[in-house]
Ligand binder design. Structure first.
Ligand code: SF4
Length: 224
């Protein structure tokens, strides 16, 4: 019986015959040449196309024997839509384009994407980066959510959607700059990796309580 093919980023579809794949498009920021290439490949192989919630473009209906050729023709990195890893870093436009933004979510988000996208972890992880508290990247339901505020950045942990949804909790507020955010996210991820937790980050936060989790990640002072 056919199943997902992780190393090719291929998800078996409902017909139990064909696969879906999704090139990695960091934050959903792309250009017309890339879009043309995706359209050309879709036409060549008779694939259907869908924009995904992870800011990717899914290509559906790929035959198993054509997976390698489709990836070769795309000549793009694979997204990480399956497996126990950082699946996606969702990024809003922030100060690059949005009139409401107070922080550069695009710059921070792309740095986080370059470090963490597809990183192997105990369970799947999603991140959301928003340039203001309107939270268009849905930070409250991401394992790690980072929101821009007038005083810096707010970091939330332990959110997720899915069958047992959980609203993330505030880990720390008023983080002064992107370097400090990167340091704190690194501490969260390293702690999660070494914790022995097999569920999503929210399960660990739930078991420990946010105070103990904060102390473990940031130290007793609760600040970086
Ligand atoms: S979260 Fe704020 S900065 Fe980002 S797109 Fe929404 S309104 Fe704009």
């Amino acid at each position: 019986m056919k199943k997902d093919i992780l190393e090719k980023g291929a998800i078996l579809q409902r017909d139990r015959e064909t696969y879906a794949i999704a090139p990695h498009i960091p934050g959903g920021f792309t250009d017309t040449a890339t879009l043309r290439k995706i359209c050309d490949v879709a036409d060549t192989y008779g694939l259907s196309v869908k924009l995904t919630s992870a800011q990717r473009i899914g290509l559906f209906g790929v035959k198993e024997e054509e997976l390698d050729a489709v990836w070769a023709d795309l000549n793009q990195d694979q997204g990480a839509p399956i497996g126990l890893c950082v699946r996606s870093v969702r990024i809003c436009p922030g100060t690059t384009q949005c009139k409401r933004a107070v922080q550069d979510s695009t710059g921070l988000g792309l740095k986080l994407d370059s470090i963490y996208h597809a990183m192997r972890l105990p369970n799947k992880m999603k991140m959301g980066i928003s340039g203001c508290l309107l939270s268009c990247s849905e930070c409250a339901v991401k394992d790690i959510g980072v929101l821009g505020t007038n005083r810096g950045w707010r970091i939330m942990v332990g959110g997720n959607a899915g069958p047992r949804p959980r609203i993330g909790e505030q880990l720390v507020d008023n983080v002064a700059d992107q370097e400090q955010v990167l340091d704190i996210v690194s501490r969260i991820v390293e702690f999660y990796k070494s914790s022995g937790e097999e569920g999503r980050l929210g399960r660990l936060v739930e078991k420990m309580g946010i105070e103990a989790f904060r102390a473990a990640v940031l130290g007793e002072a609760g600040q970086p």
